[in-house]
Design a protein around this ligand. Structure first.
Ligand code: HEC
Length: 206
């Protein structure tokens, strides 16, 4: 019997079974694959795909696209005082931005004793010291733009114009802390002196 069998049949059979098994397995896993949802194929928005564009927040400036108006840039370079007229409105905006962004460390008075400093952050110098009183407004603009030592830059939080407005308000703080009675117009001075004389001792505020 065995001499009629071709010698290779025994060999052929085994691979044939294996092939069928492999095919079955493959088709099984293909059907399984059809009902599977891969992580890489989940419904989601992809960067730059249509409908995925995020609307940038108002006032956002992409890198390299900041348009600094010529007078603002020049004022910074020339170190003249301010690139625009200082009005009550400008100062109100400066005060508002200062109290939000700077006062936590520099204090509302600018003496460097803000709440974060009281909680242990490095103490900044007072704006009322001689050196900073004599610094040009552009110096404050520069510190806000570039940061200074332990202080971070505020160029991402304050627009160019707002930085100048904050600098203007710092000037106001400086003047208010170093004002002399001679700075008050004569007519107003008499009123102040009368009020001062009438005030009870120790009742004078600083
Ligand atoms: C988180 C605390 C913090 C905030 C907020 C902060 N500063 Fe400062 N600032 C500092 C510290 C600390 C220094 C001193 C840095 C140093 O010497 O390393 C400093 C220094 C300065 C100086 C003096 C630089 C010099 O020549 O000595 C100026 C001017 C200044 N800050 C302006 C501002 C303005 C304007 C803002 C708001 C837009 C602001 N800072 C917000 C902490 C702060």
């Amino acid at each position: 019997m065995s001499k009629n069998k071709p010698p290779m049949t025994g060999f052929r059979r085994a691979p044939l079974k294996k092939t069928i098994g492999a095919l079955l397995l493959a088709s099984l896993s293909l059907t399984a694959g059809a009902c599977r949802q891969d992580m890489h194929d989940q419904p989601k928005l992809k960067t730059y795909r249509e409908g995925a564009d995020r609307v940038p927040p108002e006032g956002a400036v992409a890198r390299g696209t900041l348009a600094v108006s010529a007078p603002v840039a020049e004022a910074g370079a020339a170190k003249s005082e301010f690139p625009f007229a200082i009005t009550a409105e400008v100062l109100a905006r400066g005060e508002n931005r200062f109290n939000i962004n700077c006062a936590p460390c520099h204090s509302k008075l600018g003496d460097g004793n803000g709440m974060i400093v009281q909680r242990g952050f490095k103490r900044p110098p007072s704006y009322h010291e001689e050196r900073l009183r004599n610094s040009p407004a552009s110096y404050f603009y520069d510190v806000m733009t570039n940061g200074f030592g332990a202080m971070a830059s505020y160029s991402d939080k304050l627009s160019v114009e707002d930085r100048w407005k904050v600098a203007a308000y710092i000037r106001v703080l400086q003047v208010s802390h170093n004002a002399k009675i001679e700075d008050v117009p004569a007519a107003e001075r008499a009123k102040l002196e009368a009020a001062d004389a009438a005030a009870p001792q120790g009742g004078q505020t600083q």
